[in-house]
Design a protein around this ligand. Structure first.
Ligand code: ATP
Length: 283
């Protein structure tokens, strides 16, 4: 029997790096929102005690380096499951894009196996298990809009932004989050005003959301990849009300309230880079 689980991408409404901890990890504060661009995960239980991954992507391995594989191994070990699973991933989320593709696959596998094998673990437990895979997995287990703190494991649900359209534009490069974080000095980067974004979400104030969205990693990524800066300028000139790089990049997104405007910006960005999408934020 096969079970299907959606694995939606996220955008960062904020990403603040507060400092480096003694253990080498960074303390962060991030507001993330799930969008309706999703991978599709198919899970089939098999009798052999194995985890198999199949997917068609030049950029993603199908072995133990795959975060979906790691999630299945971890789940089996944590709950003493001797059955195995075949994981088929249909990739729609651009890879190494700042949209959390690997983390959302891992989260979907944790949620899916919980149902497939009828283990009935609460999401909060799956989220803390997910932290062993990647810092964005706990958020992805819950989805919607939330504030993530600590290394990413302290999750507080927030109201979703008012109905709007998101135009995603990704230049033809992949960015490694690790290499960007290695260059961050929290005393030298700008810090978004997370409180103001939370206020804007609480009051459903779209123009303040657009005004205050911010990402500490933007300048670092842009200093290495100037095309990210050019895409951000292009998106702002095209009329997006709020424009920001997501995660460690390179995807830049623009926020608008009306579909006609989103379509115009999409058409303009299409002439500039070929990986462009119009999506919505999932409530
Ligand atoms: P984040 O914003 O969380 O840093 P990202 O969107 O920038 O993530 P991913 O798409 O998750 O980046 O890919 C980052 C790396 O993870 C790539 O090197 C990719 O090969 C690897 N990876 C492992 N498993 C997966 C998976 N299931 N899907 C996508 N990438 C994966």
């Amino acid at each position: 029997m096969a079970l299907f689980e959606k694995a939606p991408a996220k955008v960062n409404l904020s990403l603040d790096v507060l400092g480096r901890r003694k253990d080498g990890y960074h303390d962060v504060e991030m507001i993330m929102a799930t969008i309706d661009l999703a991978d599709r995960i198919e899970l089939t239980s098999i009798e052999e005690d194995e985890v198999e991954v199949s997917l068609w992507s030049r950029y993603v391995p199908n072995d133990e380096r795959n975060l979906a594989y790691k999630a299945a191994k971890l789940f089996k070990k944590a709950y003493g499951i001797s059955k195995g699973v075949h994981i088929k991933i249909e990739k729609n989320i651009p890879v190494s894009a700042g949209l959390g593709g690997g983390s959302t696959n891992a989260a979907a596998v944790l949620r899916g196996l919980n149902k497939l094998w009828d283990v009935k673990v609460p999401l909060v437990e799956l989220a803390s298990l997910g932290m062993e895979i990647d810092a964005d997995v706990p958020f992805c287990v819950f989805g919607s809009t939330a504030l993530a703190r600590g290394r990413g494991e302290i999750i507080k649900k927030l109201p979703s932004p008012p109905s709007c359209w998101v135009i995603l534009a990704k230049p033809d490069i992949g960015v490694s989050t690790k290499s960007i974080l290695q260059r961050v000095n929290s005393d030298q980067i700008s810090h978004p005003n997370t409180e103001e974004i939370i206020n804007a979400l609480d009051t459903k104030n779209f123009s303040n959301i657009c005004k205050y969205i911010g990402n500490s990693l933007e300048e670092v990524t842009m200093s290495i990849y100037p095309e990210v800066k050019r895409i951000k300028e292009k998106m702002a000139n095209a009329g997006a009300d709020g424009v920001l790089m997501s995660g460690s990049g390179p995807t830049v997104y623009g926020l608008v309230q009306h579909h006609n405007k989103a379509q115009r910006i999409y058409n303009g960005m299409k002439g500039f880079c070929h990986d462009v999408h119009i999506v919505r934020i999932l409530g």
